[in-house]
Design a protein around this ligand. Structure first.
Ligand code: KG4
Ligand code: ZN
Length: 375
């Protein structure tokens, strides 16, 4: 079956064409064409994604990417299925993909399968942007746990059965990626902030003195710069919200506000201080994710852990996840290209859902954007 998938939930436009074979327990994919177009440059001046601007860009990009993918895949009208993201995400942006899919479905007389973007992020760990890949269910043990970390979501999802999801916990306020973006903005770094914070944190990590080499007063971390005026000896400490709350929820808004107060207290930020703040923020945010993930692994006797979403690209998160999973738990990450939003993961999820729900395909005109769609 030839499947064309479309992603337009936020600021990335993507179209992928894959050949899919097999059932849901043993599926093989061959990537025929994979394209994406990031709108980051357009949104940078606004410090974040502007929904109406995203819509305009998707409308402009979709026909261009379609032509490119069809040419690359060397196929014109022999497609069998269209998969399109219908939520969660920015509704004006989602609608552009849905309307585009509906027009193509009418023209080519093919069914449309609506896809949950978050399911896409979960399944992205199995994908590759080139060549062939397969998902053989007997290779993985259940229960699985998915940590979904993006600009819009922070969720811990329990998967006891293939393609069946139970949300154990989620953020009560900001998503972790959103917190990275907002803190980056406070530090005067460009959007998207995650990679920028990570880059600065790496710099600070490499210089031992910046890693809190100062003597901690009373053996405790201070909540403010320990020695103002000598940046190398400053030692910041930010809170780890929700550590002592027994559920699996997260909260990043307090952490973000703590950074704001810290910055106000310091006043003028030099490069060294910025790196130190970035390092402590990254540590605090990742520790929050790790703490609850570890708790869920223990409580549900998890055998396989999946990390998906834009923040899954974070190197520190990756190394800390390796520490808590050890040898007995299989740990799956998407490739760097598939960590962020992409249409390939939508194709995987679309095909698997199509196989699962055979015969129960909604009529193309009934598909609607749902910005707050749950897993
Ligand atoms: O999944 P995604 O591409 O889009 C959404 O569905 O939100 O995630 C984007 C988010 C942004 O907040 C971005 O700052 C964050 O992922 N991000 C990172 C890194 N790379 C991207 N956060 C931390 N470290 C990174 N290396
Ligand atoms: Zn996403």
């Amino acid at each position: 079956m030839i499947i064309l998938s479309i992603e337009t939930s936020c600021d990335d436009t993507g179209i992928t064409i894959m050949e899919a074979t097999g059932g849901i327990k043993n599926t093989s994919f061959k990537v025929l064409a994979h394209t994406s177009n990031s709108q980051i440059k357009q949104h940078i001046p606004y410090g974040g994604v502007v929904p109406m601007l995203a819509k305009r860009e998707h409308l402009k990009n979709l026909p261009i990417l379609l032509e490119k993918t069809l040419k690359e895949a060397k196929r014109n009208l022999s497609l069998n299925l269209i998969a399109v993201t219908y939520g969660p995400g920015l509704e004006p942006a989602l609608w552009t993909g849905i309307t585009f899919a509906q027009e193509l479905a009418k023209k080519w007389k093919v069914p449309i399968i609506p896809v949950n973007h978050m399911e896409g992020h979960i399944l992205s760990v199995f994908g590759k942007v080139e060549g062939k890949f397969s998902i053989k269910l007997s290779d993985y043990e259940f229960p699985m746990l998915a940590l979904l970390v993006s600009g819009g979501h922070t969720q811990l999802v329990l998967i006891k059965k293939w393609l069946d999801y139970e949300i154990l916990g989620e953020t009560l306020d900001d998503a972790v990626g959103e917190a990275f973006d907002k803190v980056a903005r406070m530090l005067g770094l460009p959007y998207p902030g995650g990679p920028e914070i990570s880059r600065l944190a790496e710099i600070a990590r490499k210089i031992p003195l910046l890693r809190g080499g100062s003597k901690r007063r009373g053996g405790k971390k201070s909540t403010s710069p320990a020695t103002a005026g000598t940046p190398q000896e400053e030692n910041f400490h930010l809170p780890r919200p929700m550590f002592y709350i027994k559920d699996f929820n997260f909260s990043f808004s307090g952490l973000k506000t703590a950074v704001l107060y810290l910055i106000r207290k310091i006043g003028k930020l030099d490069k060294t201080t910025k790196s130190q703040i970035a390092l402590e923020f990254e540590k605090a945010a990742v520790e929050c994710l790790i703490y609850k993930t570890k708790k869920a692994i223990e409580e549900y006797k998890i055998k396989t852990v999946i990390v998906g979403g834009g923040v899954a690209a974070n190197k520190y998160l990756r190394s800390e996840m390796k520490k808590i999973t050890g040898r007995n738990i299989k740990l799956l990450f998407p490739t760097q290209e598939l960590s962020g939003d992409n249409s390939l993961m939508i194709g995987i999820a679309g095909y698997l859902q199509y196989m699962k729900n055979k015969g129960k395909i909604p009529s193309p005109s009934s598909i609607k954007a749902d910005g707050g769609l749950k897993l």
